[in-house]
Design a protein around this ligand. Structure first.
Ligand SMILES: Nc1ncnc2c1ncn2[C@@H]1O[C@H](COP(=O)(O)OP(=O)(O)OP(=O)(O)O)[C@@H](O)[C@H]1O
Length: 706
């Protein structure tokens, strides 16, 4: 069957679609109305209102039978005029990838050595085993704890989920509890722990608090934004001995809270150090280091990450004093290839951390799927259904490149996958399994962010849609799948995202979604010794055969046990149509889809120059990508979206090249990242205020670099 007519038959909200055609401008745009700019919360409300309105207006039961038939005939006729492009036509070819598997860098996570062989306080050893339920050290703990107990600075690299938090947490608590003059709360911070995100700050606080159980006189505290500044000030005034903070929030307090001081700060720990010393945070770190150095000369410093490289450590060297470099992967390499190592040493290239080859957890299976742009959304939906509904591996994290995309896909998937589909007749064997979607990104209110984080942390099920705000450090048990719907901007970020699964020796899987034009990303990963195997898109889509809710009911169609590729395509089209119907159910939802699409394009232009040959905006087919946002046509006026009174101020339509110029540039990446990791001090403040504040901060930030 021709897919155009196939989709015509499927279109249930036909009158609306027809209206859309009749009302649209010559450019095919929706009519411009003076409407307030939609907010995230309004989106849900409006979608709900639209749903109610539609239900009410299409109440067929109240119409006389004759009129009903006439309406249906009318509706059938109008369906024939709807132009819907085919999902499976005019797609680019999917290139064959022939590539030798590379030898991945591996680390031994566990050792058989117990904590009791370290010179630790017996109460601390007891707490580790009874509260944390941990009995033997991991490799990174075995190597790091003695170094830190000797009072040395350290640079620590070990794979994601290998226990780095305790590697610094245990010696920190051991040293503070044993201080000659007992610590008083009012002494203020003895240790400062910097982490890039609020959720990681909370998680770290939780771990440190557990370690401190027997040492009640040492008070930990967290500053992370989102909370009222006043209450944080009050807690600082009372006294915090181990201060855990995001850099931005700490700088805000250094500048505005009189009682904050670092006179006794003897430890500086920077977790996810490559992220914190990376763009965006650099200035904040400078302010913090200046504040610390101004009052004390000596301090023990520790930098940790799964992706600490020589490039980053050069900057770190300024703040470290003759550090010990600990890299677990390098130790494994050394023991495996002594001859090679000797040769490297002879050539003077054996420095720890000189390679950008990062260790990958042993039990992590990594896949990629190559999907033409038009099919991205249905492929993602089919994958979610396959893993979380049919296979019941129900904890999954999906990464997107912008907050708007997270918000949009969340609403879309909630309404179409767990809303509409779960209301279908009971005949399906899987209809009783509910999909639970959650979302996490930097534009959410802190209260909701914390709630979502805690809910996902404790739950055995759930699909978390998020930005890179969840990529670093979070320890979320039982996550079976990591999906990267948009490829990350660097192999290091890839490592951190996939590192949310297969932690501490567990099994896990990851899937990277790539467009055919992005095929070279696979080689890029291979050049960093990262192995990904191909998962075929057709295989993912074939999971739709498991559920008859996607079956096209046409005369003569028979049930068959063999997977018929044509039927898979039909079912994918049924699902795509459900998405499109939802998106086109109101002007508000269309606007949101366009906004999400625009943010996708923005993020796409922000890939670093070194990756432009893989992710170039010119390789994107706007109409095809639009389909993956449930839009039936390519939007023409993305730059004017979604202003309330754009009709009045109508400008000549921006050309595609203009749009690209506007969104292009390195600073966009910094801006996007910045928004993900912001201090949160300014959450809820208008954009204008934010900009003013930024300017003020810039002009006030005159400290000389350390
Ligand atoms: N010695 C140990 N034995 C068993 N489990 C441990 C041990 N040490 C830590 N863990 C657990 O391992 C998990 C991962 O630890 P942690 O979050 O510190 O990893 P990480 O190396 O910092 O990861 P990332 O690089 O992603 O930040 C936590 O749940 C922690 O409780």
């Amino acid at each position: 069957m021709h897919s155009c007519s196939l989709v015509c038959l499927l279109t249930s909200k036909q009158p609306n679609a027809l209206k859309r055609k009749l009302q649209s401008s010559p450019h095919g745009n929706p009519p411009l109305k003076r409407k307030p700019k939609p907010s995230v919360n309004n989106f849900k409300k409006r979608a709900a209102e639209t749903g109610t309105r539609e239900k009410g207006s299409s109440s067929k039961r109240s119409l006389p039978k004759k009129q009903l038939t006439a309406n249906q005939n009318e509706s059938q006729k109008s369906k024939l005029f709807i132009k819907t492009s085919s999902l499976f036509k005019n797609n680019p070819d999917i290139p064959e990838i022939h590539r030798k598997a590379v030898q991945q860098v591996q680390e031994n996570v566990f050792t058989t050595d117990s904590f009791s062989q370290l010179d630790l306080h017996p109460h601390l050893i007891a707490t580790i085993s009874t509260v944390l339920k941990i009995h033997s050290m991991t490799s990174v703990q075995k190597r790091t704890i003695p170094v830190l107990l000797q009072g040395k600075d350290a640079l620590v690299r070990s794979q994601t989920g290998s226990g780095k938090t305790l590697a610094y947490g245990i010696p920190l608590v051991q040293s503070l509890q044993g201080m000659k003059s007992k610590i008083q709360r009012s002494d203020g911070p003895y240790a400062l722990v910097l982490v890039p995100t609020r959720e990681l700050a909370l998680q770290t606080f939780d771990t440190i608090q557990k370690l401190l159980k027997p040492f009640t006189w040492i008070v930990p505290g967290v500053l992370m934004g989102g909370e009222k500044r006043k209450s944080e000030k009050a807690r600082l005034r009372k006294g915090i001995n181990i201060l855990i903070s995001t850099p931005g929030r700490l700088v805000d307090h250094i500048k505005s809270t009189e009682c904050i001081h670092f006179r006794r700060t003897q430890w500086l720990i920077i977790d996810e150090a490559d992220r914190i010393l990376d763009l965006g945070f650099e200035k904040d770190v400078t302010v913090i280091l200046n504040a610390l150095n101004a009052v004390r000369e000596t301090r023990q410093n520790v930098l940790l990450s799964a992706t600490l490289t020589e490039g980053v450590t050069r900057l770190a060297d300024i703040s470290l004093n003759d550090p010990i470099r600990i890299s677990i992967a390098d130790e494994v390499q050394k023991s495996l290839k002594p001859a090679l190592q000797i040769e490297k040493e002879a050539n003077g290239s054996s420095n720890c951390m000189d390679q950008e080859n990062f260790a990958v957890p042993e039990k992590l299976k990594q896949y990629f799927v190559m999907v033409p742009s038009k099919l991205r959304l249905v492929t993602l939906a089919a994958f979610i259904l396959e893993k979380c509904m049919y296979e019941k591996q129900r904890k999954m994290i999906i990464f997107f490149s912008s907050c708007e995309q997270v918000e949009f896909h969340y609403e879309l998937l909630v309404n179409v996958l767990s809303g509409e589909l779960s209301e279908q007749p009971k005949r399906s064997p899987v209809s009783s399994v509910q999909l639970q979607f959650l979302r996490l990104h930097g534009n959410m209110e802190q209260e909701e962010r914390t709630e979502v984080f805690q809910e996902f942390l404790k739950s055995n099920t759930g699909i978390l849609l998020c930005t890179d705000v969840a990529a670093r450090g979070l320890d979320l048990p039982q996550v079976m799948w990591i999906v990267q719907y948009n490829a990350p901007a660097s192999p290091a970020e890839y490592i951190h995202r996939i590192g949310r699964t297969a932690r501490i020796g567990c099994h896990g899987n990851s899937l990277l979604v790539l467009a055919p034009s992005e095929a070279e990303y696979v080689s890029l990963l291979a050049s960093h010794k990262i192995n990904v195997s191909e998962m075929k898109m057709e295989k993912v889509l074939s999971s739709l055969m498991k559920d008859d809710r996607f079956r096209l009911h046409r005369p003569g169609s028979k049930k068959s046990s063999v997977v018929d590729p044509q039927e898979v395509r039909e079912r994918a089209t049924v699902l795509q149509t459900k998405f499109e119907n939802y998106v086109h159910s109101s002007e508000g939802t269309i606007r949101w889809a366009k906004k999400a699409l625009q943010s996708f394009l923005c993020a796409y232009t922000a890939y670093p120059r070194s990756l432009k040959h893989i992710f170039h905006i010119k390789s994107i087919h706007l109409g095809h990508v639009a389909k993956s946002f449930g839009l039936r046509d390519a939007p023409q006026n993305l730059t004017t979206l979604p202003t309330a009174n754009s009709k009045k101020k109508t400008k000549p339509r921006a050309k595609r090249s203009d749009l690209l110029k506007k969104t292009h540039g390195k600073h966009r990446l910094a801006e996007i990242l910045r928004s993900e990791y912001s201090s949160g001090m300014d959450s809820g403040v208008s954009k204008v205020k934010k900009r003013k504040k930024k300017k003020q901060r810039k002009s006030g930030n005159q400290q000389t670099p350390v």
